[in-house]
Design a binder for this molecule. Structure first.
Ligand code: KG4
Ligand code: ZN
Length: 344
């Protein structure tokens, strides 16, 4: 295989509550279709059984749409890449079985992808406007399911330096929003109201966790007790102070994230920071990273939003890189809900 071979990868992502399919031509995205499942909103969180049923309904039309938008026929595909884990077992099984059958039917290679590795390698999708980090760099993956600081030595040599011991940062946003009576997922709403409020209006305690690990469950309890106390004194407290409460919650969460990043930079002496995951959309973290570029001469990388949230294009870029290495898998492969980045 020469370097200028054109490789078309069909990628499938179904680890949580988004069914996604993408087609990549080498490192470029031709299509990246995401069907988000609205069904979970009324339950205030993802219901695993409903998620896998929705994936089953969505997978065929989503893959079809991805191929149509890319203007690619199935017969042109070089390989199928899919998310093997981590994620919800029932959800992963839908994507895994679909990918296996399609690869078998088309008689093309099958490539398994670690979802967390994909969040990081999403930075290498070629896009007109993006600049890419160089190895080694630090990655902060922040979403509803994960919070990790990873030392990325090469594309396939990563080391977790720290991670959450309980809730993920997205959960901290969503659970705080729920306490305030906001609908799920509340992260984007906290962000919206926070932009109109005073971040120093209320103080919440930051957890004391050694090293580069995180903990968010104490903060959630702290916010809950604070709100319960204030609402007892004034039933309209939330409504009257929503912007300030949201700004103060967001400020505290960003302080926690930036504090750990500062420590990671100090420990590794690496000043390139790449972020990923749905919480990367947060205006507060984006602003804090911009400020760090000026204050501490960090170089920060924030991918396009569609590559931050769960999407199949990020699975496709890993598929492409593994294709180049000849890292294929066989039909005996199974999904694994707990799949560490260092095992990939
Ligand atoms: O990566 P993602 O789409 O799905 C996974 O969790 O894997 O991330 C979703 C999470 C939710 O917790 C959502 O509330 C949070 O990202 N989120 C935000 C913002 N946009 C999405 N959190 C804070 N500010 C935002 N602007
Ligand atoms: Zn994710």
């Amino acid at each position: 295989m020469t370097d200028n071979t054109t490789i078309y990868i069909l990628a499938i992502e179904s680890s949580c509550d988004d069914t996604s399919a993408a087609v990549l031509c080498n490192k470029k995205t031709l299509s990246n279709v995401v069907a988000s499942q609205k069904i979970h909103e009324e339950y205030g969180g993802v219901v695993p059984e409903l998620a896998s049923r929705a994936h089953q309904q969505n997978i065929v039309p989503v893959v079809h749409q991805a191929l149509t938008m890319a203007n690619i026929d199935k017969k042109q595909l070089s390989a199928i890449a899919f998310t093997r884990g981590p994620g919800l077992m029932g959800s992963l099984l839908v994507g895994t079985s679909f990918a296996k059958s399609l690869a078998l039917g088309l008689d093309i290679p099958l490539i398994e992808v670690n979802h967390m590795q994909a969040h990081i390698l999403a930075h290498f999708i070629e896009d007109e406007n993006n600049s890419q980090p160089t190895f080694p760099f630090l990655a902060l993956t922040i979403s509803g399911g994960h919070t990790q600081i990873v030392l990325v030595k090469t594309a396939f040599d990563m080391e977790i330096l720290g991670q959450t011991l309980d809730d993920a940062v997205g959960e901290a946003f969503d659970k705080s929003a729920k306490i305030l009576g906001l609908p799920y997922p509340g992260g984007p709403l906290i962000d919206k109201y926070a932009q109109l409020g005073n971040p120093k209006a209320f103080q919440f305690t930051k957890p004391r966790v050694d090293g580069l690990n995180f903990s968010f469950s104490g903060l959630k309890t702290n916010i809950l007790y604070f709100i319960q106390r204030e609402v007892k004194k004034n039933p309209d407290f939330i409504m009257q102070n929503l912007n300030d409460i949201c700004a103060s919650i967001q400020y505290t969460i960003i302080e926690i994230l930036m504090g750990k990043l500062k420590l990671a930079v100090k420990q590794t002496n690496i000043k390139q920071i790449a972020i990923g995951g749905g919480v990367s959309a947060n205006s507060g973290i984006r602003k804090a990273l911009k400020e760090a570029e000026e204050k501490w001469k960090w170089k920060t990388y924030v991918p396009k939003l569609e590559y931050c949230t769960d999407n199949a294009a990020m699975i496709g870029i890993v598929g492409y890189l593994k294709y180049k290495k000849g890292a294929f898998t066989n039909q005996s492969i199974t999904a694994i809900p707990r799949y560490g980045i260092m095992e990939a």
